[in-house]
Design a binder for this molecule. Sequence first.
Ligand SMILES: [Zn+2]
Length: 198
Amino acid sequence: MIAECPYCELKVDCEDKGHIDFDTGSGYPTKVVLLKCKICQKPLLGIAEMFQVDYEKWEWDAASRLWPDPEADINGTIPELVRNSLIEAKLCFKAKAYSACTVMCGRAIEGVCKHHDAGINSLATGLKKLRESGVIDERMYSWGEALRISRNLGAHATTEQINQEDAHDLLDFSIAICEHIFILNVKFDRFKQRQLGA
Ligand SMILES: [Zn+2]
C-alpha cells in the first residue's frame, strides 16, 4: 500500500501490519491501517479507501496519513529559516492564534527575500526584488503583497482581527510561494538540464 513517508519524504510502498475496517459513511470500503515503510522501516498510521478500477474490480487507493501529523509537514528542501517559520505558522493556526499565524507567514516570506538578498530589510522591498529578478511572477507577487498587508495588521496593536478563513488562505499562499521557489523552480531547472543533455 502506498503512503507518504515523512521520514523518507517520498511516496513509498508500505507493508500493512494490521488494519480495522472503518465506515466513514462515504459508501466506499475504508480502513485505518498501521503501515511500515519498506524503505526506512518506520511506522505510519493511514486511512485508505477502495476505489473501482474496473467492472467488479476494486483496489485500495494510496493511504492518507493520520500519524505522524501531516499538518506539521513542511518540505525539507525549504531552507531552515523559512521552514521553521512555516512550521510555527501552522502551529499558530492550529492553536487558533490567527494574527500570530499571519505574522509567522510574513516572517517566512521575509526569510525567502533574505535568502535571495541578505541585504533586504523590508518585506515590501524584498517582494519587489523577487518580482524584478523573476523569482516570482505577478500573481505570486500579489499574494505576497496581500500577506504583507495582513501581516502588518497582525503585528501591530490595531483593533483589526485576522479571521480563520483569511489566516488559512494566507498560510496557503505562503506555503505555495515557498514551494514554488524552493521546490518547483529547482525541479524545473533540473528538468530543463536533462532535456538539454538528452
Ligand atoms: Zn520511510
